[in-house]
Design a binder for this molecule. Structure first.
Ligand code: GUN
Length: 288
């Protein structure tokens, strides 16, 4: 039986609707309009597109958007000074510094300078710690979106064997923490894992976040499993152009899985929706 296709585009629209309602409620109850500041340094074309989309969607849900587009030559000190100013601004509830930063800038130093309560990326060590010990935290957007998609396929993930492929700080590790919070039995697999297909075959829930085009094959998937594909890989297509594919061989895995996310149209659209959701959470944390 063919898998249920988890429609990230539609689910992201639902999340944005909830965010818009939360924004209205905060305005009515506290006269508070959440604000998101996005800092872009340099001319990376993909980053420019992301930042434009973030700003447009921020305004669409009724929040304030503050954009800072700085030249490639901006010094680390200037960026740190801007972050300090945003940390102190009562209109700004969320701060996102778009990655990658130019080579002469220490990205870790910049990210760690963001106040943890305004860290809507959830990258600050304080938020990482809060997530793992179960305190209220700002959680990275891509794993949050992936968990929402998994729960649309199976509202209760309790007791499931979840295998996360990939151990990055941005996706793999926070994904594992979130699934542990959902009472899954979690395995983090990675490039050194022995018998990766065998490990994945045990999974009721597979989260693929490795950045290797179509690596996960149909014979790795347990029949009926939920498959969430975080990968976005650009590969050559038949017509001489390029196309986007995930980390999962979608067509063949859809024959075996119970539910699966497509690429594009799966996890991708969820990321900005969850960023907007985090900005509302940040505004609520800051109002106390
Ligand atoms: N660049 C690509 N993805 C991300 C992300 O999730 N956060 C930030 N800050 N930059 C990115």
């Amino acid at each position: 039986m063919a898998a249920q296709i988890i429609d990230g585009k539609a689910i992201a629209a639902d999340v944005r609707k909830e965010v818009a309602a939360d924004v209205k409620a905060l305005q009515a109850s506290h006269g508070l309009t959440p604000g998101l500041a996005v800092v872009l340094v340099g001319e990376d074309p993909a980053s420019k597109v992301y930042v434009k989309n973030k700003a447009a969607q921020t305004v669409e849900v009724g929040m304030q958007s503050f954009e800072y587009k700085l030249p490639e030559t901006t010094s680390e000190h200037e960026i740190l000074t801007l972050v300090e100013r945003l940390n102190a601004s009562p209109e700004v509830h969320g701060i996102l510094v778009q990655l990658p930063l130019p080579k002469h800038v220490n990205a870790e130093k910049v990210l760690n300078s963001i106040h943890p309560d305004k860290d809507v990326d959830g990258f600050h060590p304080t938020n990482v710690g809060r997530l793992w010990i179960g305190e209220r935290a700002l959680v990275p957007c891509t794993p949050t979106g992936s968990a929402i998609l998994a729960k649309r396929a199976a509202p209760d993930l309790k007791g499931m064997n979840a295998v996360v492929i990939g151990r990055s700080n941005i996706v793999g590790k926070p994904m594992a923490a979130l699934l542990l919070r959902e009472s899954c039995t979690v395995t983090i697999a990675h490039s050194q894992t022995k018998d990766l297909p065998g490990v994945v075959r045990e999974a009721d829930l597979v989260i693929a976040a490795v950045g290797r085009p179509e690596m996960v094959k149909a014979d790795w998937i347990k029949p009926g499993a939920i498959v969430i594909d975080v990968g976005i890989n650009r590969v050559p297509s038949e017509n001489g152009k390029t196309k986007l594919v995930g980390d999962v061989a979608y067509a063949e895995c859809a024959e075996v899985a119970g539910a699966i996310t497509p690429v594009p149209g799966g996890v991708g659209p969820m990321t900005i929706a969850c960023l907007l959701q985090n900005t509302v959470v940040a505004a609520k944390i800051q109002k106390g």
